[in-house]
Design a protein around this ligand. Structure first.
Ligand code: OSB
Ligand code: MG
Length: 386
């Protein structure tokens, strides 16, 4: 059972090392909500909300997530203990959508539950490996020469798979330029919904078939499966869905209608680790390749992503990069690094201490905090319960 004595919600603003450009915008700062929940016995669990400051990846943003958490979830949870993280997921299933908000507190409960069981999160979730091959996601670059240099830099660091962001007219050239220098590196592209089924767009996507890409991620509408099912048969390259997959049921529909062949698994986008495990089980059952996506996480969310990436069904390299991919300074005491030599070169070690397994550096955390709230059980309940 998990009974909470306190929940703290912080909004952080972290400067990105370099601007990150996708088909939907250009970011220089990561605004992110971090939660900590303290159990009655004094165990602290951490969670991180995937939502961005703007609703441009999906419909959530940091303000809507704070609203859902502070209005509907935190006060209720403080006054009513849960049996398990899965019990939490079931209790707040009545809240439609708002999956990233719900996921953030659920993962703090997973952290507590894993610590109660004395296990690292990766083991508690059913993970099967401790060295995670690192992949990197590269934003839309100023020009092709700059992009190729960026790719070369990440390969030199040991990254095992490259993903580049694309948008209409900025795909064939960049992919061709990378392939000219690196004919064999595992390479994939992510369009973040920038394409349509227009003849012009489909022709561009078809040209990508010539470059041996692992996959094309989310070419069409963020809320669409039907159009993707129209597109997939026209391409040899597998379509991987990201934005469109919000639940196990979405993954089932993708599979049944042929809207895509690969799953990008993001714990926040699907509403938490319980749903993540359900999707993982479905993918394993149906032989669907999957990998762990990223949302510019701090070390807290990054630790949880690594635990997800250790699941046996996550058969492809994910957007699981080191702390210094996006940030000069991480909020955890020991930032994530790539192993630089030996057989594990280009992998990241999954934390092996109980729970998410990282120590948050409170001084650093405070230095990036722009908003802070503490929540406690209501006095009435406390008096009533003796
Ligand atoms: O679509 O996967 C995405 C970053 C911001 C928003 C959406 C996406 C991304 C990334 C980077 O590709 C993932 C990461 O490395 O954290
Ligand atoms: Mg994506």
């Amino acid at each position: 059972m998990i009974s909470l004595a306190r929940v703290e919600m912080r909004v952080l603003r972290l400067p990105l090392l370099a601007p990150f450009e996708t088909s939907f915008g250009r970011d220089i700062t990561r605004e992110v909500i971090v939660l900590s929940a303290t159990s009655a016995e004094g165990i602290v669990g951490w969670g991180e909300c995937s939502a961005f400051s703007l609703p441009n990846y999906n419909e959530e943003d940091t303000a809507t997530a704070r609203h859902i958490l502070s209005q509907y979830i935190i006060p209720n949870l403080l006054d009513n203990p849960v049996q398990s993280p899965q019990d939490y997921a079931a209790r707040y299933a009545w809240i439609r959508g708002n999956r990233m908000a719900k996921a953030a507190l659920e993962e703090a409960l997973w952290d507590i539950a894993a610590q109660q069981a004395g296990q690292p999160l990766w083991k508690f979730l059913g993970g099967s490996r401790q060295q995670i091959p690192a992949g990197v996601s590269i934003g839309i670059a100023a020009d092709e020469a700059t992009l190729v240099e960026e790719v070369a830099g990440f390969i030199a660091q040991g990254y095992r798979r490259i993903k580049i962001k694309v948008k209409p007219g900025r795909e064939v050239g960049p992919v061709q330029a990378i392939r000219a220098r690196f004919p064999d590196i595992p390479l994939q592209v992510d369009a973040n919904s920038a394409y349509t089924l227009s003849d012009e767009h489909v022709a561009l996507l078809k040209q990508l078939d010539d470059y041996g890409l692992l996959l094309i991620e989310q070419p069409l509408g963020e809320d669409d499966l039907i159009d993707h099912a129209q597109l997939q048969p026209q391409l040899r390259t597998p379509i991987c869905l990201d934005e469109s997959l919000r639940s196990r049921d979405d993954v089932r529909k993708m599979h049944e209608i042929g809207a895509g062949k690969v799953v990008n698994l993001k714990r926040g986008r699907v509403g938490g680790l319980s749903e993540t495990l359900a999707i993982h089980a479905y993918c394993q059952q149906h032989g669907i390749p999957a990998w762990c996506g990223g949302m510019l996480e701090t070390g807290i969310g990054r630790a949880i992503n690594l635990a997800v990436a250790s699941l046996p069904g996550l058969t492809m390299v994910g957007d699981t990069s080191a702390s210094n991919r996006f940030y000069a300074e991480d909020v955890i005491a020991a930032p994530f690094q790539l192993v630089s030599s030996g057989p594990h070169r280009g992998t990241i070690s999954v934390p092996n201490l109980p729970g998410i397994g990282v120590r948050v550096d409170m001084r650093v955390l405070d230095s990036y905090t722009v908003n802070y709230n503490t929540y406690r059980p209501s006095l009435v309940i406390r008096l009533g319960g003796g």
